[in-house]
Design a protein around this ligand. Structure first.
Ligand SMILES: C[S@@+](CC[C@H](N)C(=O)[O-])C[C@H]1O[C@@H](n2cnc3c(N)ncnc32)[C@H](O)[C@@H]1O
Length: 303
């Protein structure tokens, strides 16, 4: 194969580090969807681990990906439509990736004053060089993650970006709320919901992706949205943390407990394995009990 075509067979995988990325849970999530879907919806896109895996396995005809983070959606659109320009735009950042002054200068730039390609390069650079790949903003919506101090941050991965760009061709990318996007799913479609998680402790900040946190009202609306997808005969799957609140919130739904390595945690000692919930079905009116001893399905349906 000619050198110029060397990257053609690279399978697309996430090009961002993203808190709550689902790469390690793919073996539990993917089998929950039928072999082939009409439209695949991922309304909390983040790093898009499930989308890239579904795309690599050619499991859908079309995909609609959404997130309320406008910087993230701009970046995905630029990767889809202007990948070569993004690669050129990232090049000046590569040599300065270990310099804190450069990081804080780029962080201080106002996205609204930049062109889409520069904005996308800024977002990707900050993601690769910022602390733990976190995306966190202050009340004014300004990105405020500190410098990550990585010895060798990989700011530019050409093969990965080009593979992602190919996987994103023809994919619809929306900056939108989850409910509006999921409302379109119907028979033959699939939806994977990966919301900001309910904090498992007071210090946990997994719902602080945006200036406005994803609170109890949003979590409840998400349950309604999940049920509505199933009512319209779409296959919906949803992740969340395993805590008293989510067990109560999902008590009538079909839920599996899954054990996952926690990769991103601002407290080093908090790393390790944690339980998460994977909601795999709508439950039914005849649900009678909840089994907390089972490690698989929490809700037991009467026969
Ligand atoms: C847990 S992350 C998704 C992780 C992703 N599945 C992955 O594998 O990397 C949650 C995402 O939801 C987005 N988000 C927060 N509130 C939202 C809302 N109301 N509607 C849509 N997206 C939202 C955040 O910007 C964040 O990117």
């Amino acid at each position: 194969m000619a050198a110029g075509h060397r990257t053609m067979n690279t399978t697309a995988t996430p090009f961002l580090k993203w808190a709550g990325g689902k790469t390690r849970l793919l073996s539990r999530i993917l089998p929950r969807f039928p072999d082939h879907l009409g439209t695949y919806y991922e309304p909390f896109l983040g790093g898009g681990a499930v989308f890239f895996a579904m795309a690599a396995a050619q499991r859908f005809d079309q995909a609609v990906l959404a997130d309320t983070n406008s910087e993230l959606i701009n970046l995905y659109r630029v990767v889809r439509d202007n990948c070569a320009s993004l690669i050129r735009g990232l090049t000046p950042h590569v040599a300065k990736a270990k310099e804190p002054d450069w990081f804080y200068y780029v962080r201080s730039l106002k996205p609204a004053e930049l062109e889409p390609i520069e904005r996308a390069a800024r977002t990707l650079f900050l993601n690769r060089t910022g602390f733990n790949g976190l995306y966190r903003v202050n009340r004014r919506g300004e990105f405020n993650v500190p410098f990550g101090k990585y010895p060798n941050p990989k700011v530019l991965d050409v093969a990965r970006l080009e593979a992602a760009s190919r996987a994103l061709q023809g994919v619809e990318l929306r900056c939108a709320d989850f409910a509006a996007v999921a409302a379109e799913a119907g028979e033959g479609d699939g939806v994977y919901f990966d919301p900001p998680y309910v904090p498992i402790s007071a210090t946990s900040s997994f719902n602080a992706y945006q200036a406005e946190a994803f609170g109890a009202e949003a979590q409840e609306q998400l349950v309604d949205t999940f049920r509505c997808c199933w009512k319209r005969s779409a296959i919906a799957v949803m992740s969340n943390s395993d805590c008293e609140y989510t067990r109560e919130l999902y008590r009538c739904l079909d839920v599996e407990v899954v054990r996952v390595p926690r990769a991103i945690n601002s407290v080093g000692s908090g790393r390790g394995r944690v339980n998460e919930l994977l909601v795999v079905g709508p439950g039914s009116a005849d649900s009678v009990s909840v089994s907390t001893t089972s490690t698989r399905v929490l809700r037991v349906v009467s026969s």
